[in-house]
Write a protein that binds this ligand. Sequence first.
Ligand code: KIV
Ligand code: ZN
Length: 512
Amino acid sequence: MKKDRVYIFDTTLRDGEQALASSLSVVEKIQIAKQLERMKVDIIEAGFPVSSPGDFNSVQTIAKEIKNCTIAGLARAVEKDIKAAADAVRLAKRPRIHTFLGTSKLHREKKLRKDQDAIVEMAVSAVKYARRFCDDVEFSCEDTGRTEPEFLFRIVEAVIKAGAGTVNLPDTVGYTVPTEFKRIISSVFANVPNIDKAIISVHCHNDLGMAVANSITAVECGARQIECTVNGIGERAGNCSLEEVVMAMKVRQSLLKVDTNIDTKEIMRSSRLVSRLCNMPVQPNKAVVGANAFAHSSGIHQDGVLKEKTTYEIMRPGDIGLSENQLNLTSRSGRHVIKHRLEKLGYGEKDYKLEDIYTKFLELADKKGSVYDDDLEALVVLKEGASQDTYSIDYLNVTSGTKVIPTATIIIKSAKGLVQEAATGDGPVDAACKAIERATGISVNLTDYRISSNTGGKEAVGCVNIIAQYGDYRLHGVGLSTDIVEASALAYLNVINKVVRLCEVRKAKKKK
Ligand code: KIV
Ligand code: ZN
């Protein structure tokens, strides 16, 4: 073990999954496990095998398929659980049994109804029993944050002696604050004589929003394993967020002097996958992976970032696998930013008068909120009113349902007449978009799709907003309808019409 290496123990598939409204299928769990492997987490806690045959099967399948991470199965400190965990992880290249027991007075007296001696006895027996099946055993003192220090030292010493190679000290209820957690972790290091025989781990919950801060504090005290989840999902307010704690150690490496093995370029992809499969949207202002985490909105910030990125950026978007920072063009954006964006789009100062464009830009931004690349370009090249939509929907019929391949038939109207096309897709929206692509001969890459209702009730109007990439251009499309598939098709066609306009703009630019 390298002294400055912090092991990342991911429990998205166990603590994270147990908090979802509906559980993940085995296929979805394997998809997540493979992405965690790609991101190079050290340990994947794949589930709680005794809890259900489905969970057992998932842990077993992950144990067989994942070759480059340790695979852990959770077990209470009882033989039945430990045996199930042992069976489930048996085929892993690197198996681990993770057994746990409540150690705080509250857990001992109210939940387990056992005294201190009985708890130590149970913990030691559990670790010894687990070691019969597996060399790698982790023991967790559940509710460490509220455990009396003297008893904590006693039980940690005993489980290390019994053969636990990792001892986890969870703040199970997210109750402690960093100064207090620091005292707890450093006192364990100072008072447990055989502490150097085990890796000390922490597992912090986020009930008071302190999970990442407490985990980093523990690392400063000597902990070398952090238990965390992608996007911080987990019981109640969740667990320590993997992306935040890993990026904290990377960005503040010179201060913390520790490292992880995580391929941080895989962070964004992991976050999106977990968010999608778990149906847990990421809040826009979430640290590291939120949609706004690299989006600069204030004019002063945009100006600063263009002059020198590090003025307002402590990490690069590329570090987490994003291509570039975003400057949101809104009424708060300054002239410098507009000029810079136009330069990126290929327009030099000779092509426009900055003052004129900036005035028009502000008018548009006041009306629209965000101004996208095609809007900006149209201000430079096209005269007002020259942007009539080329295509419109004359007819749309979509069939979908169980045991039906989603199919869309569409008639698109343009100055050249009517074009009829049909396509199948993964779902009705996908089928409709593919039919539109066929009818217009234009396709774009959808990067964001959001649906919301403009009014309440069953008859609400669905509003679909999409962001699409066409070459270097980011385009925004919107569609409204009481039928959400139609709203999606309208939003998609809105973007396609913008692409047509973009091409006209380019032609006009060449002629100039
Ligand atoms: O929060 C907790 O204490 C746990 C243990 C099982 C490690 O999830
Ligand atoms: Zn937990």
